[in-house]
Write a protein that binds this ligand. Structure first.
Ligand code: FAD
Length: 288
C-alpha cells in the first residue's frame, strides 16, 4: 500500500490524477474492469474511486472492489457512499467495515433514491447529513460532489453554491460532475471563494466515446452538452473516430483546467482504459 493514502494529504502534496469505476453487474464485465485496472495501474494514479448504487444496490460489490484494490494493487482507493434510503446503523456498519479494511477515503453523497426505494426508511436526506457521521468517526478523508452547472434539484445557482459551501466547510475536497467547457469550473471555484471556501475542487472529466450515452447522462446530471461538441461527433460513424474526437476534446479541456489551477483531474472511465490512456499521453503525464 502507498505510505500516504488520504486524498486530503495527496492533494496537499501536489496535483492528483484519479480514475472512477462502477461495480460491474456480471462476471464478464467484472473481467473487463479487472483488465482496465491492470491497464491503468502503470499510470500510477493518485487514487481510484468506486461508485455506490443509490439506496445500497451495490453495497457488497462496491466494498469488494474497494477492498480488492487496497489489498491487491499499489493504488489508493476511495469508496463512494450515498445516504438516502439508509438508516444510521447501516451507515455505521459500512463505515466500520471500511475502517477495519484500512480504507481511508470516502466520497459522501446524497444519492438519488430509485422509485422502488421510496418507502424505504431513511435517516438521511442530503450529503451534508452523511458528512456529519463520517467526520464523527475521525477515520476518513472525506470528499463531496459538486455540480459546476448547478445540481438539477437546486432552485437557483446561489442556493446550490450555499449548500455546496456548507458541505465543503466540513469535507476535505470536492469532485465535480462532468462538463465540457472550462469556464464552468473556473466560475464555480470563484463563486466558492466568494463564500470563503478554498478547499480543493477536482474537476471530473468524461471522455466522450458515445454521444447518445453522454447526452442522456448529461440531462440527468444538469450538465449541458454544447452544440459544438454534438456537432463534432454526431455525424461520425466509426466508433474509433468518435473516441479520437472525444479524446481531443477532453485533452484540450484538461490542459485548460490545469492551466487555470485545477488541483487535479478525475476521469470518469466507464470501466474502460483506452480513452483515459490516450488523454494521459496527450497531456504528457507519463507512465511508470
Ligand atoms: P446533495 O449535497 O445531497 O444535494 C442534492 C440537492 O439538495 C442539491 O440541489 C442541493 O443544493 C440540495 N441540498 C443540499 N443540502 C441541502 C439542505 N441542507 N437543505 C435543502 N437542500 C439541500 N450517485 C450515486 O448514486 N452513486 C455514486 O457513487 C455517485 N457518485 C458521484 C460522484 C460525483 C463526483 C458526482 C458529482 C456525483 C455522484 N453521484 C453518485 C450523483 C449524486 O448522488 C447526485 O448528484 C444526487 O442527486 C445528489 O447527491 P449530492 O451528494 O450530489 O448532493
Amino acid at each position: 500500500m502507498h505510505a500516504m493514502t488520504r486524498v486530503a494529504d495527496l492533494l496537499a502534496a501536489g496535483r492528483t490524477f484519479s480514475f472512477e469505476f462502477f461495480p460491474p453487474k456480471d462476471d464478464a464485465t467484472q473481467l473487463t474492469l479487472g483488465r482496465t485496472i491492470a491497464e491503468l495501474e502503470p499510470l500510477s494514479p493518485s487514487f481510484v474511486s468506486v461508485t455506490y448504487g443509490a439506496g445500497g444496490s451495490t453495497r457488497e460489490r462496491t466494498r469488494n472492489i474497494v477492498t480488492w484494490v487496497a489489498k491487491e494493487t499499489p493504488i489508493t482507493p476511495m469508496a463512494h457512499l450515498t445516504c438516502q434510503g439508509h438508516v444510521r446503523s447501516e451507515i455505521a456498519t459500512i463505515l466500520d467495515d471500511y475502517a477495519s479494511a484500512g480504507i481511508e477515503n470516502i466520497l459522501a453523497l446524497g444519492g438519488d433514491v430509485p422509485a422502488d426505494f421510496a418507502d424505504h426508511p431513511s435517516d438521511y436526506r442530503y450529503a451534508v447529513d452523511l458528512l456529519e457521521d463520517v467526520a464523527e468517526t475521525g477515520r476518513f478523508s472525506v470528499g463531496v460532489a459538486a455540480h459546476p452547472e448547478v445540481h438539477p434539484a437546486s432552485p437557483d445557482r446561489a442556493t446550490d453554491r450555499k449548500h455546496l459551501a456548507a458541505k465543503l466547510s466540513r469535507a476535505d475536497f470536492a469532485i465535480t460532475q462532468f462538463f465540457f467547457e472550462a469556464h464552468h469550473y473556473v466560475q464555480l471555484v470563484a463563486e466558492l471563494a466568494e463564500l470563503g471556501v478554498t478547499k480543493p475542487v477536482i474537476p471530473g472529466i468524461m471522455p466522450i466515446t458515445n454521444i447518445k450515452q453522454i447526452a442522456r447522462m448529461a440531462s440527468m446530471s444538469g450538465a449541458q452538452v454544447p452544440a459544438w461538441v454534438t456537432e463534432a461527433i454526431q455525424d461520425v460513424d466509426d466508433p474509433a473516430e468518435v473516441r479520437r474526437v472525444g479524446v481531443d476534446i477532453a485533452s484540450t479541456l484538461c490542459s485548460e483546467l490545469l492551466e487555470a489551477g485545477a488541483p487535479g483531474l478525475h476521469f470518469y472511465t466507464m470501466n474502460r482504459s483506452t480513452a483515459t490512456r490516450e488523454i494521459w499521453a496527450n497531456l504528457g503525464l507519463g507512465v511508470s
